[in-house]
Design a protein around this ligand. Structure first.
Ligand code: NAP
Length: 305
C-alpha cells in the first residue's frame, strides 16, 4: 500500500474539496481523488447562483480557490481514477489503476453527471450543435435560434445564459410547469428572447453537417413538428456517479447513496455528501454545509477510535 490517510475523499467537486479542507484543518491527514478536472458539476457555470452569498463568482474560480486552500492545508490531491473501495481490518483500501492507498475513513463526494436525452442525433451531432455546456458554448450561437430541453434549475439557468447571445431560445418542457426555483422561472418569464413550449418532447435531432432542426411531439394532440435551430442543450437531470462505490452500500430507487442524518452510508466508515447522496437538496450552499458537517463527524469518529 502506497500510503495511509485518516480520510480519503472521492471527488474534487466543491463538496469533496470543502470536506477535505475542513478535515485537514482539524488535523487529519487527508487525500482527495479525482479522475477528471477538479471542480465537478459547477465547473461550467460562469455565475454561481446563491453561493457564495457575499459575491458573484464562477465555478472555476471557486474550485481553484478551494484547491489552493487545500494545498495550503496539506491535503494531497491525487489525480487518479479510483477503481475500487474495499473494507478490511478496520480500515479501507482505495485502489486506482496502478496503486492502492489506505484510509481510516472514506467520504464519497463523487457527484453526478448530466443525463442524456437518448434520442437519435444526440451523439451524432455532439460538438456540431449539440452541447452540454451553455456557459462555454453560448457565444458560438450569437444571433442563432437554439433549443433548451428540461424544466429544472439547470435548464432555466442555462436558457438565461443563452438568451444573452442568441436571437431566440425555445425552452421545451415535457410538463406543464417548471420545477425550477421561482426566481429562475420569473427571470425566464421576463426575458423576451425565451419562449416556452409546454407538454412537448424532443424526438430527434436532425441536420446535415451541423444541427439544423429538432422534431418535437406535442402531448396534447399527439402531433409532431419540426423546429429550426442551430443548437440543442439538454438539461434533463442528473445521474449519480457510483460506479466505484461498494455494491453493498444502500442506494435509493434512483441509485443515489442513502445515508443517515450524519451522512454515514450503510457501511460504517464510508460517508457520502453532495450530489451523489439521496435527499441532497441540489443547492450548492447545502452541499457546503454537508461537507463541513461530515468532516466534523469523521473527526469525531476518529477521535473515539
Ligand atoms: P432536475 O431538477 O432533475 O430537472 C430535470 C428536468 O428535466 C425536469 O423538468 C424533468 O421534467 C426534465 N426531464 C427529465 N427527463 C427528461 C426527458 N427524458 N426528456 C425531457 N425532459 C426530461 O435537474 P437539474 O435541473 O439538472 O437540477 C439538478 C439538481 O441541481 C436540482 O436539485 C437543482 O435544484 C440543482 N441545481 C441548482 C441550481 C441553482 O441553485 N441555481 C442550478 C442548477 C441545478 P419533469 O419536471 O416533468 O420531471
Amino acid at each position: 500500500m502506497t500510503q495511509t490517510y485518516d480520510l480519503i475523499v472521492i471527488g474534487e467537486g466543491i463538496t469533496g474539496l470543502t470536506a477535505a479542507n475542513h478535515a485537514a484543518r482539524q488535523g487529519l491527514a487527508v487525500a482527495t481523488f479525482e479522475a477528471e478536472l477538479f471542480g465537478g458539476l459547477v465547473i461550467n457555470v460562469n455565475e454561481l447562483d446563491g453561493y457564495p452569498e457575499d459575491r458573484v463568482t464562477s465555478g472555476t474560480d471557486l474550485a481553484s480557490e478551494l484547491m489552493q486552500a487545500n494545498a495550503e492545508a496539506g491535503v494531497a490531491s491525487i489525480q487518479e481514477e479510483v477503481t475500487s473501495i474495499r473494507a478490511g481490518g478496520g480500515a479501507f483500501e482505495v485502489a486506482t489503476a496502478g496503486r492502492s492507498y489506505g484510509a481510516r475513513q472514506v467520504v464519497v463526494a463523487s457527484g453526478a453527471r448530466l443525463k442524456k436525452l437518448g434520442i437519435p442525433g444526440e451523439d451524432e451531432f455532439e460538438g456540431r450543435g449539440v452541447s452540454r455546456c451553455a456557459d462555454c458554448d453560448a457565444p458560438l450561437f450569437q444571433n442563432e435560434e437554439v433549443v433548451v430541453v428540461g424544466g429544472g434549475d439547470s435548464a432555466l439557468q442555462e436558457a438565461l445564459v443563452l438568451a444573452k447571445f442568441c436571437r431566440k431560445v425555445r425552452l421545451i418542457h415535457r410538463g406543464d410547469r417548471f420545477r425550477a426555483q421561482r426566481h429562475l422561472a420569473e427571470q425566464v418569464g421576463a426575458d423576451p428572447r425565451i419562449s416556452n413550449m409546454w407538454n412537448t418532447t424532443v424526438e430527434a435531432i436532425l441536420g446535415g453537417k451541423m444541427v439544423e432542426k429538432v422534431r418535437v411531439k406535442h402531448a396534447g394532440d399527439g402531433k409532431t413538428e419540426e423546429i429550426a435551430c442551430a443548437g440543442v442543450f439538454a438539461y434533463v437531470g442528473l445521474a449519480p456517479n457510483t460506479a466505484v462505490v461498494p455494491s453493498g452500500i444502500a442506494r435509493d430507487e434512483r441509485g443515489y447513496l442513502v445515508t443517515n442524518d450524519a451522512f454515514e452510508t450503510s457501511i460504517a466508515g464510508i460517508w457520502s455528501v453532495g450530489a451523489v447522496r439521496a435527499r441532497y437538496s441540489g443547492l450548492l450552499r447545502d452541499a457546503v454545509v454537508e461537507a463541513k458537517r461530515v468532516a466534523e463527524a469523521v473527526r469525531n469518529r476518529l477521535a473515539l477510535d
